[in-house]
Design a protein around this ligand. Structure first.
Ligand code: NAP
Length: 323
């Protein structure tokens, strides 16, 4: 952890990630970018029962898209579906129950989904910041399992089907918090030292950036982007960062403001005019590194991360899959 990085990042956040930061950035937005009809296109959104995921689902449902909500809790998911249908008038919204920290669940879901539905846009939004070191039933550290491995397996499993679709896109909701972290492949599951959930989360979000850059190179037919939603008032912020929430609650973005760039990346034609693999904040590509922060990773470390993820993915894959 670096005091320099954390200080520079926090000052940047106060200026850019808050509600006033959004309002300032929004003055440059082109309203027509979102004036589209996406009827007939299919969108999958993970973690769509609350916060940024639900706000994204509502905005896309209002534009006519078919929406697949991927959630872990049946009650919360069905409640969100009812609300989304009532508020959008769009009946094309379905629920899929998947625990994104369970590689086997994700694999089983993705393999079945591909045989039943088409998918134009995948939005990797589900995320967590677990503040104590907890293991899943597979013995995986929970933040890593959900944020990095879950995102990796779902995306990798769906890419072959998405490659056949027109204007296919993958958007991953990362966090500006990743700016304080350099990729660390020596301890991907935070087994050594004192566990710090905020830093584990930021490390996972850095890993998502590296995955996106990798996919953009390896899958040129699909448009990949990764983004920071700003600091938005959502259940995750309230429960995982109570001190931050108390201090910042009057400055946080709304869920809709947090979702704005996700929606723009998912439906606008302006988004895909940018090259694939970039990191966005408020509808603009921005740097994945703070100045003088020494957070660039080596190609060898990036390959190591991919190697570990491939290994885990294969370990839990059904016999018929071919990653
Ligand atoms: N809000 C911010 O300021 C902020 C800033 C930077 C990045 N982000 C990112 O934005 C994304 C959305 O978060 P949010 O702030 O909108 O919070 P949120 O409303 O709490 O949404 C998080 C979603 O992820 C789901 N989720 C967590 N673990 C899961 C699992 N194992 N399987 C399936 N779903 C799971 C949650 O489901 P449950 O309801 O079942 O828990 C919930 O639907 C996250 O990736 C987060 O890291 C948010």
């Amino acid at each position: 952890m670096s005091l320099y990085r954390n200080t520079v990042w926090f000052l940047k956040g106060m200026r850019e990630y808050t509600r006033s930061g959004y309002e300032a950035a929004a003055k440059q937005f082109v309203a027509e970018d979102l004036e589209v009809n996406v009827a007939g296109r299919s969108y999958m959104i993970t973690g769509a029962n609350s916060g940024i995921g639900k706000a994204t689902a509502l905005a896309i449902a209002k534009k006519g898209g078919t929406i697949h909500l991927v959630c872990r809790n049946k009650e919360r998911a069905e409640e969100a579906k009812r609300e989304l249908i009532a508020n959008s008038g769009n009946e094309g919204i379905s629920v899929h129950l998947v625990d994104m920290s369970s590689p086997k669940d994700i694999w089983a879901f993705a393999e079945k989904f591909k045989t039943e539905h088409k998918l134009n846009v995948l939005i990797n939004n589900a995320g967590c910041m677990v503040n104590n070191r907890e293991l899943t039933e597979d013995g995986l550290e929970k933040n890593f399992a959900t944020n990095t491995l879950g995102t990796y397996i779902l995306t990798a499993a769906l890419l072959p089907a998405m490659e056949k679709e027109d204007d296919a896109r993958v958007i991953t909701v990362s966090s500006g918090g990743m700016l304080v972290q350099k990729l660390n492949v020596l301890d991907l599951q935070f087994e050594t030292g004192t566990f710090d959930g905020t830093m584990a989360y930021a490390q996972n979000k850095r890993q998502q950036v590296i995955l996106t850059e990798h996919w953009a190179k390896s899958h040129p037919k699909i448009h990949f982007s990764i983004m920071h939603p700003g600091w938005a008032d959502t259940p995750a912020v309230r429960s995982s960062m109570p001190d931050f929430y108390e201090k910042m609650k009057n400055r946080l973005r709304t869920e809709e403001q947090g979702a704005d760039t996700v929606v723009w990346l998912a439906i606008s034609s302006a988004a895909t005019k940018h090259p694939s693999g970039l990191f966005f904040q408020d509808r603009k590509p921005v740097s994945t590194h703070l100045p003088f922060a020494f957070t660039h990773s080596s190609p060898e470390d990036e390959e190591k991360l991919l190697e570990v993820l491939r290994e885990f993915s294969q370990r839990f894959a059904p016999a018929t899959s071919n990653l």
